[in-house]
Design a protein around this ligand. Structure first.
Ligand code: SF4
Ligand code: SF4
Length: 294
C-alpha cells in the first residue's frame, strides 16, 4: 500500500516543488504534519449540520466526483504546511500590511499546496484507487452559511480538525503542533486509513482562552479590529483584505492582487506550536503526527 506520508514529504523535499518564489531559492514550507480520518466519521456530518446543507461530507464529495459509485470505505488525508521561520520572522515585524515573504507564500506557496494535492491524487490513482482533492473539484464553490456567513462546500481547516491535526483559535485559524502560521490541504480516496487520534474534545481546545487565560495577542495583531473576545468577524476581515492588503500587494509587492494578510497568525503564543501552558494542561505528547494508511 502506498505510504502517503512519505509521498507528501518526498514531494516537499524537492526544492523545485516547494519554492517560495520562482526567482528566490528559499523553500515555501517546513516539514508537514499529516493526519487521517475515516470519511464516514460522524464528525463530518456534525460539521455539515453546523455549517449548512451545502457543505459536503467526504462521501458526498466522492459521489459527486465518481457518480454512481458507493465504496465501502472512504479515507481522508489532510496535511499542515508550516510557514518557515524566515517567513514568520519577516511577518512578525509587520503591523498593518503583510510582509513580502508572507505574500509570496500566499501566492506561490498556495501553488505548492495545489500541486501537492494533484500529486497525491495522482499517486493514489496510480496505486489503483479513486481519489480527488475536493477544493480542486470543479463543483467546489463558496456559499453562505446561515450561522457563519461566507463559507464553502469543503473546508481544509475543518477537515484537518477531524484528522486530528489541530483545533481552532479565537481568530478561526487552526492551532496545530506546528502552530497557526500554516496552510492546509486534503484529499480523499476509496481506501481505508488508520484514523489519527484526536487528542481534544473541544473545537478550541488549543487556544489559551479556553484554559482561562485572557490572551489578547491575536486581537492586538489585527489592524482591522476583526478579532474580539467574541471571535472573528469574517466580514470585517474580508473588507480589510480586499480594500487594503490586496491592493498593497499589487502596487507595492508582486504586481498582482493577492489576498494576503495573516498578521493574526504571527507574533502570538500559538504562532509556531500549541501554547506550552495548553500542552502542560492537556499533557500532549510532542509528536501528534499520524500513522500511514493501512
Ligand atoms: S493568540 Fe491567544 S487568543 Fe489568539 S488563538 Fe492564539 S492562544 Fe487563542
Ligand atoms: S487575516 Fe488580517 S484582517 Fe483578517 S483577522 Fe487576521 S489580521 Fe485581521
Amino acid at each position: 500500500m502506498l505510504q502517503i506520508e512519505d509521498t507528501i514529504k518526498t514531494f516537499l523535499s524537492t526544492p523545485e516543488n516547494n519554492s517560495l518564489s520562482p526567482h528566490w531559492g528559499f523553500r515555501a514550507f517546513d516539514q508537514p504534519l499529516v493526519g487521517y480520518a475515516d470519511g464516514d466519521d460522524p464528525l463530518f456530518t456534525a460539521i455539515k449540520n453546523d455549517i449548512g446543507t451545502f457543505y459536503q461530507t467526504p462521501r458526498e464529495a466522492f459521489r459527486q466526483a465518481f457518480p454512481g459509485t458507493s465504496p465501502k470505505h472512504i479515507g481522508v488525508i489532510a496535511w499542515i504546511l508550516p510557514h518557515t521561520e524566515r517567513t514568520r520572522r519577516a511577518h512578525r515585524s509587520m503591523t498593518d500590511m503583510p510582509s513580502l515573504n508572507w505574500s509570496l507564500a500566499r501566492l506561490f506557496g498556495e501553488n505548492v499546496n495545489e500541486n501537492l494535492r494533484r500529486h497525491v491524487v495522482t499517486a493514489l490513482t496510480a496505486s489503483g484507487l479513486r481519489a480527488l482533492a475536493p477544493t480542486l473539484a470543479p463543483e467546489w464553490t463558496r456559499a453562505q452559511s446561515p450561522r457563519y456567513g461566507f463559507a464553502s462546500t469543503w473546508s481544509e481547516r475543518h477537515t484537518a480538525f477531524v484528522c486530528g491535526l489541530g483545533t481552532f483559535g479565537l481568530s478561526d485559524g487552526l492551532i496545530t503542533a506546528k502552530g497557526k502560521a500554516i496552510r492546509v490541504g486534503s484529499v480523499i480516496a476509496d481506501c481505508t486509513v488508520t484514523p489519527t487520534p484526536r487528542p481534544y474534545t473541544h473545537h478550541q481546545e488549543y487556544c489559551l482562552r479556553t484554559h482561562g487565560v485572557d490572551c489578547k495577542a491575536c486581537i492586538k495583531r489585527c489592524p482591522a479590529h476583526a478579532i474580539t473576545p467574541s471571535g472573528h468577524d469574517k466580514e470585517q476581515c474580508k473588507t480589510y483584505i480586499r480594500g487594503s492588503t490586496r491592493p498593497y500587494v499589487e502596487e507595492q509587492q508582486l504586481g498582482v492582487p493577492v489576498n494576503s494578510c495573516g498578521l493574526c497568525q504571527t507574533g502570538i503564543p500559538c504562532e509556531a506550536g500549541i501554547p506550552k501552558l495548553v500542552q502542560r494542561r492537556l499533557k500532549l505528547s510532542r509528536n501528534q503526527t499520524a500513522s500511514c494508511p493501512q
